[in-house]
Design a protein. Structure first.
Length: 243
């Protein structure tokens, strides 16, 4: 199934409203889909310097939490959006922060207490980011491929920010190549049914990866770990680490 080139799936808020689709400023020659940054701003900056400025960048969600430079990662990601060079997709970590900030319930307060971004930035600054985070799209559609954070619900075929095995096991190729982050591993993995997982665990001592769907090329830089991201040996421990 081809949904056309360079389209966004808008995010749906908890209140049932759709965020309007973004309008692209130019037609890029190529795209680079970047895995979960998780607060590794220095790694993101190093990676950006390896990528052509004429290509469009798609951040695959989970820019926030875990790493040592969360606010700088957010600012860098948003600068890509405002300049027209990049797209920042919604990840499960961004969604949970938005939901907790909006709900204001006792359970939401527990979510905020356990959120690295909330602890690092504080309530006031997180709420300054809220409107931006609510607008993050769920998917980016290219020509014969789509990028989204985790995959698609195999019952509705809508983007799902936390899905793993049900999507991996039941994807039937209807969208072409699907590029996702969410599940860290030591290498980029290509599944037989045309799913490519590109989260290579930057915040766990692995790498930050950019993947080009047009050429299948990869670019990688080393991750940066902070106090909230203990070192894990990539070859042994990344696969199956917390999302």
């Amino acid at each position: 199934m081809d949904r056309g080139a360079d389209k966004f799936t808008p995010a749906r808020s908890n209140f049932g409203k759709h965020v309007p689709c973004m309008t692209l400023r130019s037609q890029p020659h190529r795209h680079w889909v970047i895995g979960d940054v998780h607060g590794c701003a220095e790694s993101l900056w190093d990676l950006l310097r390896l990528l052509p400025t004429t290509d469009r960048l798609v951040l695959c969600g989970d820019v926030i939490n875990r790493g040592p430079e969360i606010e700088r990662s957010m600012e860098l990601a948003w600068s890509l959006v405002t300049s027209g060079r990049g797209v920042w997709l919604m990840g499960n970590h961004e969604f949970k922060l938005v939901r907790a900030l909006r709900e204001g319930t006792w359970a939401a307060q527990l979510d905020l207490a356990g959120c690295d971004t909330y602890r690092h930035l504080g309530d006031w600054l997180c709420r300054q980011w809220l409107e931006r985070l609510e607008q993050l799209p769920l998917a980016y559609w290219g020509r014969g491929w789509v990028a989204t954070h985790a995959g698609f619900d195999p019952h509705t075929w809508e983007p799902d920010l936390s899905v793993r095995e049900p999507f991996w096991d039941h994807y039937d190729g209807r969208f072409g190549e699907v590029i996702v982050g969410h599940t860290p591993g030591p290498l980029v993995r290509r599944r037989p049914n045309n799913i490519v997982t590109i989260d290579t665990g930057a915040c766990y001592g692995g790498t930050l990866t950019a993947y080009c769907p047009e050429t299948r090329a990869q670019r990688q830089v080393y991750g940066r770990r902070g106090d909230c991201a203990p070192w894990l040996e990539p070859s042994r421990a990344l696969l199956g680490s917390p999302c």
